[in-house]
Design a protein. Structure first.
Length: 221
């Protein structure tokens, strides 16, 4: 089967020739070229990566064949993935090289996906709380039945695993908030929500960060 990205290689290389600074950033960051790169061009691109040719400051004619291969991880599954992947790589390269600042996240967003973990957490609290109420309290009767069926040891293990995972996820969220300079209240909301709800919170935060990064790159370009 023909490579859909390679089939558009000539067009993509021509299009990227209008973004020389981006290509230089690719060479320096992804190609790990430490010397001063004066120019670069995309020689070819396919689903697995792109070939970049570049010139260092002070290069003469004999040095004209410098090139580096940048692999895509994971490979592109289709032509429609080229633009978002290259934009993401542009953000990575320019932020790493200090060409642009990481976007700041100034507001908290509670994703709908949080319901995936909110309901199980409420159920866990309910089952645990049922042990502190007398048998005459029918509101907690299902919780007491579940508790007896699961057992104390299993319930303790569930709590231990949940708290450990959510704590690690909250630490990761702290790192994201620090990296993207969230205000204290916003950062606290994200960390607390992650500790309660887990992965839906920090995955949504990562999506917001990625969108902000792409938006900043689009404005520049």
């Amino acid at each position: 089967m023909a490579d859909p990205v390679a089939a558009k290689s000539t067009f993509l290389c021509m299009y990227m020739s209008n973004h020389p600074d981006t290509l230089v950033a690719y060479v320096r960051h992804f190609g790990k070229v430490k010397e001063v790169v004066s120019s670069a061009r995309m020689a070819s691109i396919d689903s697995n990566g792109m070939a970049l040719e570049y010139v260092l400051k002070g290069d003469g004619p004999k040095d004209a064949n410098r090139s580096v291969r940048v692999e895509f991880d994971p490979p592109l599954s289709g032509y429609e993935e080229v633009k978002p992947r290259l934009l993401g790589m542009t953000a990575d390269a320019q932020e790493s090289l200090g060409m642009t600042k990481r976007p700041q996240i100034n507001s908290f967003h509670l994703p709908r996906q949080a319901i995936m973990t909110v309901i199980p957490m409420i159920a866990l609290f309910y089952v645990t709380a049922s042990t502190y109420y007398p048998a005459s309290n029918t509101l907690f009767a299902p919780g007491r039945y579940t508790h007896r069926a699961v057992g104390d040891i299993a319930l303790q293990w569930i709590w231990g695993i949940t708290i450990t995972l959510h704590s690690l996820e909250a630490l990761y969220t702290i790192a994201l908030c620090r990296r993207h300079r969230t205000p204290f209240i916003v950062g606290f909301q994200y960390v607390f929500a992650t500790f309660l709800c887990g992965f839906p919170i920090f995955t949504d935060l990562r999506k917001r960060i990625q969108k902000a990064r792409i938006d900043s790159i689009m404005k520049v370009n």
